[in-house]
Every structure is written in C-alpha cells, then in structure tokens.
Design a protein around this ligand. Structure first.
Ligand code: HEC
Ligand code: HEC
Length: 243
C-alpha cells in the first residue's frame, strides 16, 4: 500500500477500517503463543499499514517511522497511548487492551529492525533559505537568551537519538514533527515526568516550530543511523522515561 492509497483508505472509512485492523490485531495478539509458526513480523503487519513496510515512511506523510528507534522510547510511547499521555485515537485503540509485557515485545521488535531510510523528498511547501538556516541554528545551537538548549544536546550530535529512550529527529515527516511540538505546547502530548519536551515546546514560537520541522525533515540521515549509546556530556535538564 502506498501513501496515497493509505490516505484514500483512511478517508474512505477510517473508523470501520481501524476497528477491523484493531480486531485483527487483537486476535493475532491473542493467538500469540498458541501458534508456534506465528512470527512477530506477521503479527506486526497491522502496524505497517500505517507505519510503512518494515516501519519505514516518507517525510511527506504524517505517520512516523518506528523501525530502529530505541526500544525504551517506543515502549514509553506505547504506554503513553495506553495511559492517556498521548491521545491519537487510532493508536490508543490499538494498544489500550494490551499488556505492558506485549508492548515491550512490540517495542523491541521494531527497535531491532535495521531498514534503510529513504532520501528526504522535497518539502511539499518549500521553506525559504532563511527559515531553513534559522531552523538549523536552533537545532544545533539552541538560543541561550530563551533557555533553549540545542536539540543535539539531548537527541545526539547526529540527531539520530540516544539510548535508552531519546528518539531520532531525522527521518520524520515535517507535519509530524510540527504536530508533536504543538501537542506538547497544549498539553495534549505528555511524557513521563519531568517532561522536558513540554517545557521546551512551550518556549517555542510558531515560527520556531515551522523552521525546526522544515529543516529537520529536509536533512538526509547520516551513514550511521543507529542511536548513540550515550551523550558526551550530561543533558542540560532531566527528562523522565529513561529506564
Ligand atoms: C491507522 C494507522 C496506524 C496503525 C494501524 C498503527 N499506527 Fe502507530 N501511529 C500512527 C500515527 C498517525 C501516529 C502518530 C500519532 C500522533 O500524532 O501522536 C502513530 C504513532 C506511533 C508510535 C509513536 C512513534 C513516535 O515516534 O513517537 C508508535 C511507537 C507506534 N505508533 C506503534 C505502532 C504499533 C506497534 C502498531 C501496531 C500495533 C501501530 N503503531 C499501528 C498510526 C498508526
Ligand atoms: C533536555 C533534553 C532534550 C532537549 C534539549 C530536546 N529534546 Fe526533544 N526529546 C527529548 C526526550 C527525552 C524525548 C522523548 C520524550 C517522550 O518520551 O515522549 C524527546 C522527544 C522529542 C520529539 C518526539 C519525536 C517523536 O518521534 O515523536 C520531538 C519532535 C522533539 N523531541 C523535538 C525536539 C527539538 C526540535 C528540540 C530542540 C529545539 C529538542 N527536542 C530538544 C529530550 C530533549
């Protein structure tokens, strides 16, 4: 299924489709263990309808890539959907009845996938060179006058995330990045306390978010796409969720 087919599919009968997907998924989750030959890959096909084959998506869609993200991060997010810290209805419906043990198994499965990233497509609505430059400066240097640390100080120098639970900022759709920062501003998305991203997002202006999302989504991923094992120096502030 390509992105436009998924869009049509979702626009056509999203709720019905999701309930069908969720039902298939729940059934396959229940069958877990019963059927020896039932592989995790097969059961996780319900997820790849939206997250892309093997967890890849393009920078033009909305669905975030999940393949290869730190397991601790993915597990936190599945719990966040289940426990009401994130509210995307379709995701909540998929995970609310699953055990934490199974959420962890799913997180580990997707974290273990090592699949290539697509080159970033041109932005649908081009950003000016000045906007992109501003986004780059904020991401790499932050803005001390606003107590805004560089994004790299937590997400890693390569912005490919840091183990155990900080995600990559490259390889994500522009609209998704902007929406997440907006959701943190309004409190619609929360992380385990202390929710550092909530504080950071509230410092950002709409023009900052626009510049950051545009620049991040235009960057090709580096040769090494794996999350860093650790940061060279301590974070400027604590974030919850690291286990
Ligand atoms: C109907 C489409 C759809 C299906 C099916 C789906 N997802 Fe999602 N998923 C999304 C969308 C859209 C988001 C982003 C939601 C938001 O804005 O918070 C998301 C977010 C996520 C996130 C958080 C990603 C991040 O970077 O923070 C994880 C983890 C995830 N999904 C895992 C799964 C798993 C595992 C499955 C299968 C059980 C699944 N999803 C099935 C649409 C879907
Ligand atoms: C103090 C550390 C810290 C700093 C600085 C920081 N982040 Fe984060 N960020 C995190 C952590 C930790 C998470 C995971 C939160 C969670 O568990 O939901 C995160 C998650 C995110 C996500 C969600 C990714 C996804 O896949 O859903 C986005 C987007 C994001 N940060 C953007 C930024 C941007 C842009 C900057 C720079 C302006 C930045 N962050 C600076 C720690 C930080």
């Amino acid at each position: 299924m390509n992105i436009s087919q998924i869009r049509r599919f979702l626009a056509f009968s999203s709720f019905q489709a999701i309930f069908t997907l969720a039902a298939c998924f729940a059934a396959s989750a229940q069958a877990q263990g019963d059927v020896q030959t039932d592989s995790m890959a097969k059961r996780m096909q319900a997820c790849t309808t939206c997250h892309g084959a093997q967890g890849i998506t393009s920078n033009q869609a909305y669905f975030p890539r999940i393949a290869g993200k730190p397991a601790g991060y993915l597990f936190n997010q599945l719990q966040n959907f289940k426990d009401g810290r994130r509210h995307y209805g379709l995701m909540v419906g998929m995970v609310e009845h699953l055990s934490d043990a199974y959420l962890l198994e799913m997180a580990q499965y997707f974290a273990g996938l090592d699949v290539p990233y697509a080159s970033p497509a041109p932005l649908k609505t081009p950003a000016s060179a000045a906007t992109l430059q501003f986004g780059k400066t904020l991401a790499l240097q932050g803005d001390k006058t606003r107590q805004l640390a560089a994004c790299t100080s937590c997400h890693g120098a390569a912005l490919m995330g840091v183990l155990p639970s900080t995600p990559a900022l490259l390889g994500l759709p522009r609209d998704y990045v902007a929406a997440q920062l907006g959701a943190w501003q309004t409190g619609l998305r929360r992380a385990h306390a202390p929710d550092c991203m909530g504080r950071i997002a509230k410092v950002l202006k709409p023009s900052d978010i626009d510049a950051l999302a545009g620049w991040l989504a235009s960057q090709p991923v580096p040769a090494v796409t794996k999350a860093a094992l650790s940061l060279p120096q301590p974070q400027t502030e604590q974030c919850g969720g690291a286990k």
